[in-house]
Design a protein around this ligand. Structure first.
Ligand code: AMP
Length: 182
């Protein structure tokens, strides 16, 4: 299930473009203007819950930090648990972690070792606000796998189609972007 033209117009129209943030040359997609627009936020969440209701999910896993907003709301609508995938050093209990390369240096994402509550092959939907190079989501998907879960799909509100992130992540899991940015 993909968006109707009307849903696309409502959601895409609520996202604000901020040029040169956080550095020159980056067009930052600001989703705060979608979150504070009750019609646009509800349209997005209704679409996501309609899409994923039949996926028989056990968990929705959201990527730090904007993935938490959409992920937690969606998990609640679907009646499943929510799992935060955090940047290194934030989670208090024993974690599993996965490193990934940045343009300069490396970063790391972590999850609690018992996040999937012992459910074997837990069916997990991964969610974040945006996929760019795909590095973060690729690491998050590997992390779900390492923790005994199965990433059945990765979902993003926005996909930057001029970058290879979606193609890269598609080697690990199905990828759905609500709005494509060309
Ligand atoms: P990447 O690992 O390159 O796919 O980067 C994805 C992460 O960086 C997501 O969590 C996004 O929130 C953030 N991000 C990257 N590029 C942008 C952008 N142009 N606008 C807003 N957020 C971005």
């Amino acid at each position: 299930m993909t968006l109707t033209t009307e849903q696309h117009t409502i959601i895409a129209g609520a996202i604000r473009d901020i040029p040169d943030f956080p550095q020159p040359g980056i067009l930052f997609k600001d989703i705060t203007t979608l979150l504070n627009d009750k019609k646009a936020f509800a349209t997005l969440m209704q679409h996501l819950s309609d899409r994923y209701r039949g996926y028989d999910l056990d968990f929705v896993a959201g990527i730090d930090a904007r993935g938490f907003i959409f992920g937690a709301a969606l998990a609640q609508m679907l009646g499943v648990g929510f799992v935060p995938i955090r940047k290194k050093g934030k989670l208090p209990y024993t974690t599993v972690s996965e490193k990934y390369a940045l343009e300069y240096g490396v970063d790391e994402v972590e999850m609690h070792i018992d996040a999937f509550r012992g459910i074997k092959d837990a069916r997990v939907l991964l969610i974040d606000d945006l996929i760019a190079t795909g590095g973060t989501a690729y690491a998050a998907c590997n992390l779900i796998d390492k923790s005994g879960g199965r990433c059945v799909e990765a979902c993003f509100v926005l996909g930057l189609e001029f970058l290879p992130g979606k193609a890269k992540l598609s080697t690990l899991t199905d990828v759905y972007t609500v709005i494509g940015v060309s």
